[in-house]
Ligand binder design. Sequence first.
Ligand SMILES: Cc1cc2nc3c(=O)[nH]c(=O)nc-3n(C[C@H](O)[C@H](O)[C@H](O)COP(=O)(O)OP(=O)(O)OC[C@H]3O[C@@H](n4cnc5c(N)ncnc54)[C@H](O)[C@@H]3O)c2cc1C
Length: 288
Amino acid sequence: MRGVRGEPLSRHTSWHIGGPADYFLSVGTTDDLIEGVLAAREQALPVFILGGGTNLLVADAGIRGVVIHNQVDDTSVDGTRISATAGVTMAHVAAVAGRNGIGGLEFAATVPGTVGGAVHGNAGAFGTETKDVVEEVALFDPATGVSIVEPRELAFRYRYSALKERPEVVVLQAAFRGVPSERGAVVAKIKEMANLRMQKQPLRLPNSGSVFKNPPGDHAGRLVEAAGLKGLRVGGAVVSEKHGNFIVNDAEATAADVRALIEEVQRRVFETVGVRLEPEVEFVGEWS
Ligand SMILES: Cc1cc2nc3c(=O)[nH]c(=O)nc-3n(C[C@H](O)[C@H](O)[C@H](O)COP(=O)(O)OP(=O)(O)OC[C@H]3O[C@@H](n4cnc5c(N)ncnc54)[C@H](O)[C@@H]3O)c2cc1C
């Protein structure tokens, strides 16, 4: 276990934004992860589990307490079932699926971040969500210890799991179920999905994927574009010209810039098309 004080979280988020963590702990084993959580609780310090940092707007003032960076990275394969610890990237899960001729998990190749983050927010792409392929999840609750739960216990729905209501619970591991396929077919599908992403999304600049959830029956990006907001800027944050649901950091944006831009987009979309967009990205840390 390696702990440092005042680590800038901008080093660990895909937006390259975020102030310091009071205390930052990188863990590489499940035992260290559990030990880190328990040690922080003994000191009455709040704990935040950081995965890939791909869905977070971390405040400029940073995060109080302990940020535990989950780098527990282990996979195993049994037939068409892949078990992965929560620090494994979803891209790696897809790669393991490809190598082993397991289909159905191709979408994971295009979802940045870790297994823990994907379970927490039921990440999905190209018509498949984490809930469709996850078979069981190992959790650590500091109050009750380790348990294995079935997906229905996590109340998954669009970009939501019950874990969002229980930030003290840590995802340790998940098992995914695919279907028999062929390596070539899996790789071809992943390439096709990745190409579509490259065409449609501004992946060359720091971003956090979709900023807003899609409202029922519509696309947030379409509404942002319809309201004429592509290119709208606050400081170093700008609504992408390529995709209306992306905000890119093209000039050392602060978290305050991004948040102000998000709120301005929400206000103008509501005024123009009458829809209240709800953020998909999470605001974390100390906001004034
Ligand atoms: C270019 C780009 C494209 C994207 N495309 C998609 C997409 O197609 N579909 C989609 O759903 N998302 C997409 N996203 C958003 C992001 O990839 C997902 O939300 C992802 O699941 C976040 O995982 P993470 O590991 O980065 O989580 P983080 O951003 O690190 O954390 C997100 C939340 O999960 C919690 N968390 C993380 N690990 C654990 C754990 N082990 N136990 C408990 N809680 C945990 C954190 O505490 C936090 O609350 C995209 C992002 C980017 C940058």
